[in-house]
Design a protein around this ligand. Sequence first.
Ligand code: SF4
Length: 468
Amino acid sequence: MSEKLTIEQALNEARRCLHCGIPGCRKGCPIQNNIPDFIRALREGNLGAAYEIISERSNLPAICGRVCPHEKQCEAHCVLTKSKRGIKIGSLEMFIADFAHQYGLKPNPKSNGARGKVAVIGSGPAGLTVAGDLAKQNFAVTVFEGQSEPGGVLMFGIPEFRLSKEVVRSEIQQLRNIGVEFRCNVLVGPDITVDDMFANGFDAIFMGTGTALPRTLDIPGKELKNVLTADYYLRMVQLVHNGMLDDQEAILKEGDRVAVIGAGNVAMDAARTAVRRGAKEVTVFYRKTEKEVTAFPSELEAAKREGVHFRYLLEPCAFLDREEMQECTGTRVSVTESASIDLKTADLKERKPVGGILLQKITQMQDGSFLPTKENVLFSCDCVVLAIGNKPAARIVSTTTGIQVDEKGFVITRERPYGMTTRPGVFSSGDVVHGPATVVLAMKESKKVAEGIAQYVDAKRLMNECGS
Ligand code: SF4
């Protein structure tokens, strides 16, 4: 987790860097940020140069400085980490980017748009990376966003306490400064199609639509009130925070008991958000053990520190309303202990508030696999948040022709030009191609796809000039 540094702390930290000939930090950075050089510029007090160096590879340094898992990437590879005092690279990146935003530094000139017209669908990390990289190369880039404000998961998925929305807005402003145009409240599919975009003169189209459809559990009681997906819950809370929704509509009430299903980073975000919004208790349920938790260790520890409870080897098999919970016989499970019950569930009724969960115990076999047992336990709660992953929506693919997806709905792309789908001129990367990943991994792939788009548009224009 990056920490906010004073200028004195940042300079002292920069002075510790050894400026290694073969810098491990750079190797560990998925987008090969020139870390030694930006640290050197910072040490020399040249913050403008430091920001320019960072901006060569990254369009979102203030965001990366906050949400990248530095402890697993650049900082893990820093030579000084072996002596347990690695350079705080994430904190330095954040310091430089924040300074640049505060003083309005603009490292790149505005695009003249002469090299071609590119439409970018979606403004999450993948879309913003492609937009920034192409605008820097003099493409005219228009970003289409379905929400009221750009940023995608950065704006509506990652909670405020992990990533301030003012920081996201500042990064987006930097992209506007280099000529990227944003069109919000436009849903590609219903409002405008890929074919319309080509007809409107775009040379290439990039789909960075992420995995917009949250996975749900197809079990009894799934339709009960207050059984929500984490995407929906986090978006509602952010809309309340942005003043666009009444506090009453943020679903979770102060004093509620909340169950979160899943143990990835989104589950930690949802659990910590519920704690901050005054939940009486928050319990994360996971069908495996703590060893298999997919959230970053730092996020898991942060959730524990904030009082989130964890119950492992349990999987929901029904959501029950309050009456059904009362009708069930047997001992209730608390956040710290469990007991088997003799359960009699009543018929499920529609849209009553959820009152609890029937969970099945899971056992780990000798070969490491996890199998359900016949033992059930009950857990009382007022709200269930499902954080069990996402899948791509078919909105774009189903409203045009020629874009093939695999059996799970992920878009198929090719190596040459890098990132092009089965439809010429339409490119894709990020979660909609590879499944959910971190911000920086989406950026890494998207940088390569931006190169593929540039090659494609150049080649197409050349062929047109030759009369082919
Ligand atoms: Fe500096 Fe560590 Fe990178 Fe070496 S590996 S250049 S000490 S940040």
